[in-house]
Design a protein around this ligand. Structure first.
Ligand SMILES: O=P(O)(O)OC[C@H]1O[C@H](OP(=O)(O)OP(=O)(O)O)[C@H](O)[C@@H]1O
Ligand SMILES: O=c1cc[nH]c(=O)[nH]1
Ligand SMILES: [Mg+2]
Length: 209
């Protein structure tokens, strides 16, 4: 699939396996989500444009590449996406941060919006939307719809774990969006949870269950 990138780095796979373990506690879970966001961000940002700038070293003046052009906005989907924000700002400290608040209805699995605020204007920024989980795809599609309605044009989405169902749906609805996935899991269960997955990412990051 064009614009879909499934990570194969051993460090990402190793850390995801620790996340899956139900014995992994909140503190370790939170640290791992952030570390995985750094590693995935490193991959996802490998096409950032560079321009040569003049720098005076202690030896001589030279032209040397630095990031140019597009400024970055990190947009976590609340709550669980918050766990990935520091990973991206570790790489790009100047990034602005937007928020998209969505929760999934436990019965219909449809996303419900409760808070949204994006950097304004956003049309010239590269937007990195982050959420650990892509299940049915309903939340991610709603989040990308919102970003596009507010002028976002250049969008990358990062998920630690995705279900095939959600990945297919998101890609079909938003084929222009680049999708980065830490691990593609087997399927959704009857409650629309990812199998084998890691459970409810928000509850595990914030210790709410
Ligand atoms: O692809 P979908 O079927 O829409 O499911 C994925 C969404 O579900 C989770 O959030 P949740 O609704 O549990 O909210 P939370 O982060 O506040 O726990 C997850 O973090 C995604 O946002
Ligand atoms: O498996 C899942 C599905 C949706 N949201 C989660 O946090 N986990
Ligand atoms: Mg949740």
């Amino acid at each position: 699939m064009d614009n879909v990138f499934i990570m194969d780095h051993p460090l990402i796979q190793h850390k995801i396996s620790i996340l899956r373990n139900k014995e992994t506690g909140t503190n370790e879970f939170r640290k791992l989500i952030e570390e995985i966001a750094v590693l995935m961000g490193f991959e996802a940002l490998r096409d950032l444009p560079l321009e040569d700038v003049e720098v005076e070293t202690p030896i001589e003046t030279c032209k040397t590449p630095m990031i140019s052009g597009k400024k970055l906005a990190v947009v976590p989907v609340l709550r669980a996406g918050l766990g990935m924000v520091n990973g991206i700002t570790t790489l790009v400290p100047s990034a602005k941060i937007g928020h998209i608040g969505l929760y999934r209805d436990p019965v219909t699995h449809e996303p419900h919006e409760y808070y949204c605020k994006l950097p304004d204007p956003i049309d010239q920024r590269l937007i990195v939307m982050v959420d650990p989980m892509l299940a049915t795809g309903g939340s991610a599609i709603a989040a990308v719809n919102f970003i596009k309605e507010h002028g976002g044009k250049s969008i990358k989405c990062m998920f630690v774990i995705a279900a095939p169902e959600g990945l297919k749906r998101l890609h079909e609805v938003h084929p222009d969006v680049q999708i980065y996935v830490g691990h593609l899991d087997r399927e959704l269960n009857e409650r629309a949870y990812i199998c084998p997955g890691l459970g409810d990412a928000g509850d595990r990051i914030f210790g709410t269950k």
